[in-house]
Design a protein around this ligand. Structure first.
Ligand code: 13P
Length: 261
C-alpha cells in the first residue's frame, strides 16, 4: 500500500472553445460534487486540467473553489524576450498555474523538441517553484526493436539531469507514443514494467522516489482505467481524448477513487 495520492490529469491539447469549456467544466464540477458527497473529499484523487493558454482566464474562473486545478501544456526555457509564440513561467504564475506538461511526444514530434531542450525546460520550471509533468515514451518501432527500456532510461535521466539531488517536486508520465490517440493501450503489466523502471531511475536521483507520482497516458478511458490504476506504480493518468467529455473523465476519476488507499 502506498501513500501516493492519485493524480488524474486532462491534457486538452488543441481542443477547446469558450462554449465547450463551459459545458465540460460545469458537467465535471457537478459530477465531482456528487462523487464527493458519496465518497468524501479525502477519497478523491487530485484533478488537473491543461487547457490551451488563451482559455486560462476563463477556466480559472470556472474552476474557482472546485478543487480542480489547471496547468499548462508546455513552457519556454527562457524567462522573457524575443521568442515569438512562446509562453514563460511568469505568465503561468500570473494565472496561478502550477503544473506544466513537458516533453509531450507531440511537442517532440511536431516542434522538434530534443531531450536537451526538454532538460532545460524541466530545470526552468523546477527553479521557478512549479511542478514539471515530464512525459516519456517509446515509439512503436522502438518497442518492436526491443529498445523500450533504453529509450525510457535515456529520456528520464536526461530530463532529470539538471535537477538538484533529492528533488521532491516532479510528476512523471509514461506515454507510449504508439498508444496516444490510437485506441491502443499498453496492457497493465506492460505499463507497470515501465513505471517500475521509471521509479528505479527516479530513485537513482532522489530519496523521494517512493513519494513521486508516475502517470500513465495513452488511450486511457473509462473501461481500462481501473486495471491500469490498480498497478502498484501507476499513480494516475494523463488523459487526452477521454478528458474532453465530462462523463468519460468522471469515470476515470471514479476509477481512481476506488483505488485510493
Ligand atoms: P489520448 O488519451 O487521446 O490517447 O492522449 C494521451 C495523451 O497524449 C495525454 O497527454
Amino acid at each position: 500500500m502506498t501513500s501516493r495520492r492519485k493524480l488524474i490529469a486532462g491534457n486538452w491539447k488543441m481542443n477547446a472553445s469558450l462554449a465547450g469549456n463551459e459545458d465540460l467544466l460545469r458537467g465535471l464540477i457537478a459530477g465531482l460534487n456528487a462523487l464527493k458527497a458519496e465518497v468524501g473529499q479525502e477519497a478523491l484523487p487530485e484533478i488537473l486540467v491543461c487547457p490551451p493558454a488563451p482559455y486560462w482566464s476563463q477556466v480559472g474562473a470556472l474552476l474557482e473553489s472546485s478543487g480542480i486545478v489547471q496547468g499548462a501544456q508546455d513552457v519556454s526555457e527562457h524567462p522573457k524576450g524575443a521568442y515569438t509564440s512562446e509562453l514563460s513561467v511568469s505568465m503561468l504564475q500570473d494565472f496561478k498555474l502550477e503544473h506544466v506538461i513537458l516533453g509531450h511526444s507531440e511537442c517532440r514530434r511536431d516542434q522538434f523538441q530534443t531531450d536537451n531542450l526538454i532538460t532545460r525546460k524541466v530545470a526552468t520550471v523546477f527553479q521557478a517553484g512549479l511542478i514539471p509533468v515530464v512525459c516519456v515514451g517509446e515509439t512503436q518501432q522502438e518497442r518492436e526493436q526491443g529498445q523500450t527500456q533504453a529509450v525510457i532510461k535515456r529520456q528520464v535521466l536526461s530530463a532529470l539531469s539538471l535537477l538538484p539531488m533529492d528533488f521532491d517536486r516532479v510528476v512523471m508520465a509514461y506515454e507510449p507514443v504508439w498508444a496516444i490517440g490510437t485506441g491502443l493501450t499498453a496492457t497493465p503489466p506492460m505499463a507497470q514494467e515501465v513505471h517500475s523502471l521509471i521509479r528505479g531511475l527516479l530513485a537513482s536521483r532522489t530519496h523521494h522516489a517512493h513519494a513521486l507520482r508516475i502517470l500513465y497516458g495513452g488511450s486511457m478511458n473509462a473501461s481500462n482505467a481501473q486495471t491500469l490504476l490498480a498497478q502498484p506504480d501507476i499513480d494516475g493518468g494523463l488523459i487526452g481524448s477521454a478528458a474532453l467529455s465530462s462523463s468519460d473523465f468522471l469515470s476515470i476519476i471514479s476509477a481512481a477513487v476506488a483505488r485510493n488507499p
